[in-house]
Write a protein of this length. Structure first.
Length: 149
């Protein structure tokens, strides 16, 4: 507002958006170029679990076994055990928990597994299978079907 003396009492304020936009463009370009474009074959979903009795003795031995369970769309599951022993078998999905307990009893050094699923398997079925697997194995990773791990 202009005062009676003819002077402007307020301050002129001009916001220069061009320099702010230039800075944001440089920051966005830097973040895009510095990000890592690595594709992972498995997503670790491990939850902090209490250590089992005798875990200290198994930590010294290198783990040579890996267990991959693939959830199939026709209410079946495919077990693939690789490493020292190579086993591959298909069973009913309802037998998943008992089979995981059998594998854990047969190979006590095995502490984790990878769970994959076919594309047409529902999300809820995968999460249900992951919850059952966590009852036996403390470390369960979600994998991409067909990816080399």
């Amino acid at each position: 507002m202009i005062s009676p003396t003819g002077q402007d009492g307020g301050q002129d304020f001009e916001l220069n958006l061009a320099s702010i936009i230039d800075c944001l463009t440089v920051i966005i370009a830097f973040l895009l170029l510095s990000s890592s474009f690595v594709s992972y074959g498995a997503l670790d979903t491990a939850v902090a679990a209490p250590q089992r009795v005798g875990a200290a003795s198994t930590a010294q031995q290198p783990q040579t076994l890996s267990l991959t369970v693939k959830i199939l769309e026709n209410n079946r599951a495919e077990f693939q055990l690789s490493g020292t022993s190579h086993e591959k078998r298909t069973l009913a999905r309802s037998d998943l928990l008992t089979e995981l307990k059998t594998v854990q009893g047969k190979y006590p050094g095995l502490s984790g597994m990878v769970l994959t699923a076919e594309r047409r398997v529902n999300y809820s079925e995968v999460i249900h299978a992951m919850d059952e697997a966590r009852k036996v194995f403390p470390a369960v990773a979600l994998g991409i079907a067909g990816a080399s791990l």
